[in-house]
Design a protein around this ligand. Structure first.
Ligand SMILES: Cc1cc2nc3c(=O)[nH]c(=O)nc-3n(C[C@H](O)[C@H](O)[C@H](O)COP(=O)(O)OP(=O)(O)OC[C@H]3O[C@@H](n4cnc5c(N)ncnc54)[C@H](O)[C@@H]3O)c2cc1C
Length: 452
């Protein structure tokens, strides 16, 4: 085994959103940068290869009735193109280099990279190191789960070119619901089972109830308060998921495929963090301060692995925080983060920013609440997407918007407008009285806030 030693100003481990943006930025500023990615199929990271982009492409394909196998094929072409573009965006810089191999700490400034193509070990020394290694799906300890060939994660299910006729989804969070809605629209028969006694427990009940009935109307069977006993794999035609329902009775459901979507855990396997002295919390996330610095001052952690909200746009904002330390006064920190919006890409999408009604009440606010059925909006009627509900929570003492939940067409765009109003601390009457183009979903904000 040959050992080559190279020295860089910055070493970025993992091709995540924040890391790749930082690599290109630092290289452009003249730093010598190495970006290490363990898989040639992951240039560009989770978002473009196995998460946001391919899943939203498939959501759209399902909504527009593209046959499943064709949609998977087109999705693969899209991600292959993006992968190449992402690789080039870093590697084309004369100051940056993409190294394909697995990074392991040897000491706080020294890492070993085992190269994928030759198996050779390269030693890299770096003044500053950013860990951007992401997260991976949790697999719960269910008897039979490891012996089944029909158990998939969100990554492996969207590699299948054959539509599963009977898809059982274990979990009730964002990924579980997105896949339930999408595969139902492709034509699968869906059973979603989750241990939580309540459907979408973090949402206000009125919103959760509307979502549950929209999904049920699509034929999705939802079983909450469930304990899974086993996955039986004896029959060559299908697996059987055996579970105890909310009433304590044993039930069985046949599955041609089983999607496990019960949360994602930090991916630090093989990093050997202890050799660098980097601390992790009880769940394995890398501990960081408000500047994303670990307990070792020249090592930072970016993206899902640092325990922040697991979104691509948060990883991107992590880049901004680190940039402000190297090329500013460190003025941007985690403490600035507020009103982070989110979208769940079911049909219609559910988007949210700020506090829910129950959260605002728990925090002691005096509130005013407005709700509006999506069906009253003309754009919703034109595009025949009249399902859904809009809801706003306003501080009765200041007239400022505390939170907003939009379950309606185009809500993933609209929510950003509400977020800007909240960040600017605008009175709710601004959104109520603004002139919007017509006929658009934005006009629903005129009507929603007029209800107050
Ligand atoms: C199905 C699904 C759908 C999602 N949809 C959305 C969405 O619509 N919108 C949204 O904002 N977020 C979405 N997310 C979340 C989003 O994908 C993640 O928050 C985001 O991609 C995290 O990026 P990151 O910067 O943490 O790193 P990642 O993009 O996860 O990159 C980490 C990289 O590090 C590499 N790596 C790990 N260890 C090593 C090592 N030792 N050496 C070298 N390389 C290593 C990995 O191979 C990987 O490529 C979704 C997630 C999933 C699973």
């Amino acid at each position: 085994m040959k050992s080559i030693k190279r020295k860089y100003d910055a070493l970025i481990i993992g091709f995540g959103k924040g890391g790749k943006t930082l690599a290109a930025y630092l290289a452009n500023k003249g730093w010598q940068v190495a970006l290490v990615e363990q898989s040639a199929l992951m240039y560009g990271g989770t978002c473009i290869n196995i998460a946001c982009i391919p899943t939203k492409f498939l959501v759209h394909s399902a909504e527009t009735h593209v046959p499943y196998a064709l949609a998977i094929d087109e999705k693969n072409q899209l991600t292959a193109n993006l992968r190449q573009r992402n690789y080039d965006s870093v590697d084309e810089s004369p100051n940056a280099m993409v190294i394909t191999g697995k990074a392991t700490f040897i000491s706080p400034h020294l890492l070993s990279i085992r190269l994928n193509d030759t198996g050779e070990e390269v030693l890299i020394e770096a003044e500053r190191i950013m860990i951007n290694t992401g997260a991976t799906g949790c697999i719960p300890p269910i008897p039979g789960i490891h012996s089944s060939r029909r158990v998939f994660t969100s990554t492996t299910l969207i590699e299948q070119t054959e539509l599963p006729q009977k898809l059982v989804i274990i979990g009730g969070g964002y990924i579980a619901l997105e896949f339930a809605n999408m595969y139902a629209q492709f034509g699968s028969n869906i059973t979603l089972i989750d241990k939580s006694p309540f459907f979408l427990p973090g949402e206000d009940r009125d919103v959760a109830d509307v979502i549950q009935s929209i999904l049920s109307d699509k034929g999705i069977r939802i079983e909450m308060g469930v304990t899974i006993e086993a996955i039986e794999t004896d029959d060559p035609r299908h697996d059987v998921v055996v579970f105890r329902n909310h009433a304590g009775e044993i039930e069985e459901v046949k599955a041609s495929a089983i999607l496990v979507a019960v949360g994602r855990q930090p991916y630090t396997e093989g990093l050997n963090l202890s050799a660098a002295g980097v601390e992790q919390d009880a769940k394995g996330f890398i501990r960081v301060n408000e500047r994303l610095q670990t307990n070792v001052p020249h090592i930072w952690a970016i993206g899902d692995v640092n325990g922040g909200p697991q979104f691509t746009y948060i990883s991107l904002d992590d880049f901004r925080i680190i940039r402000s330390q190297f090329f500013g006064f460190g003025e941007h920190t985690l403490l600035d983060r507020k009103n982070i919006p989110s979208s769940l890409f079911i049909s219609p999408p559910l988007s949210h920013v700020g506090l829910r009604e129950h959260e605002a009440l728990r925090q002691g606010y005096r509130i005013r609440v407005a709700t509006l059925p999506a069906a009253v909006n003309m754009r919703a009627q034109i595009i025949k997407q009249t399902e859904g509900l809009l809801k706003a929570i306003v501080d009765a003492d200041t007239n400022q918007i505390l939170g907003c939940t939009l379950l309606c067409a185009h809500s993933s765009e609209l929510i950003n407008l509400v977020q800007v109003a909240m960040n600017a601390k605008l009175d709710f009457t601004v959104l109520r009285d603004t002139i919007y183009t017509h006929p658009t979903m934005s006009e629903a904000l005129n009507d929603l806030f007029a209800k107050l």
